[in-house]
Every structure is written in structure tokens, then in C-alpha cells.
Design a protein around this ligand. Structure first.
Ligand code: HEM
Length: 128
């Protein structure tokens, strides 16, 4: 029988502080990943906009994994429409998320849970 971790995904990600650190790492990886950096580097040019996107990413991950935070950003199609994101770019973004989780010593089940959520959102972002 499979054993289930009773902790919420939010707690396994380290709660508010863990998620904040994870998102900073993910952003850093997107900014240097040759396959997607051209998408993300321009956000850095406007520090107010950068802070807003960073805050929205933290809220999105926190509220979507069972935390008390409320997501106040755009919905996924609205946030990504017009970018024509490819399947390949999507996989690179997922790879960056998994690499950041490895760096933060997150376990395999926690990585699988995040992967499942990320993958289930794919159709709301690619080729729009
Ligand atoms: C698991 C996959 C993804 C998730 C959960 C996700 C989530 C988000 C969220 C929550 C925002 C903030 C929206 C807002 O500020 O209102 C955002 C913005 C953004 N995303 Fe994604 N995203 C994903 C994949 C991607 C991919 C594959 C790309 C392109 C390669 C991408 C490019 C962007 C860009 C450029 C912005 C900033 C848009 C702006 O400047 O306002 N995202 N994303």
C-alpha cells in the first residue's frame, strides 16, 4: 500500500518562507536558462513590474498548494496570451522548477506533486 504524506504540499514546500526562496531560485534559473531567458530578462528592466510578477508567482504557488495566501494576479491564459509559448519552452520552465526544488532538498514525492500541478496547467499556457 502506498503511504501518503499527511502534510499539505504548502508545508512540504517550506510554507511562506520556503516558497518565497523557491520562487527566487526559479526566477534566477529562468533568467539564465538559454532556452527561455529572452522571455524573462525584459521583466528585470522595470523593478516595479518585476516585484509585482515576483509577488504574483509567490502567491500563485502558495495559494495553489494549500496556503492561506490569496492569488491576486491574472489567470494563466490572461498572463501568457500572445506569447506563443512552445511545448519545449514549457518543459524548460518545468526543468528549472525541478532543479530549484533539488537545490532546496525537496523529496521525490513533493517534486512529483508540483510536477503534476505544473503539467495539468500546460494547456492554459502553451500556444496562446
Ligand atoms: C508551470 C508553468 C507556469 C506557471 C505556473 C506560470 C505562472 C505565472 C504567473 C503566476 C505569472 C504572473 C502573472 C501576473 O503577474 O499577473 C506569470 C507571468 C509570466 N510568465 Fe509564466 N508560468 C508558467 C510558465 C511560463 C512559461 C513556459 C513561460 C515562457 C517561456 C512563461 C512566461 C511568463 C512571463 C514572461 C511572465 C511575465 C508577464 C508580464 O510581464 O506581465 N511562463 N507566470
Amino acid at each position: 500500500m502506498e503511504t501518503q504524506n499527511p502534510e499539505t504540499l504548502y508545508n512540504r514546500l517550506g510554507g511562506a518562507r520556503g516558497i518565497e526562496a523557491l520562487v527566487d531560485d526559479i526566477i534566477e534559473r529562468h533568467m539564465t536558462n538559454p532556452a527561455v531567458k529572452s522571455r524573462f530578462l525584459p521583466i528585470k528592466d522595470d523593478s516595479v513590474h518585476f516585484s509585482e510578477v515576483r509577488k504574483n508567482l509567490i502567491e500563485f504557488l502558495a495559494s495553489g498548494t494549500g496556503g492561506p495566501e490569496r492569488y491576486t494576479g491574472k489567470d494563466m491564459p490572461a498572463a501568457h496570451r500572445g506569447m506563443n509559448i512552445s511545448e519545449g519552452e514549457y518543459m524548460h520552465v518545468i526543468d528549472d522548477i525541478m532543479a530549484a526544488m533539488d537545490k532546496h532538498h525537496m523529496d521525490e514525492q513533493t517534486k512529483k506533486d508540483v510536477l503534476f500541478i505544473a503539467y495539468s496547467l500546460k494547456e492554459t499556457m502553451v500556444n496562446l
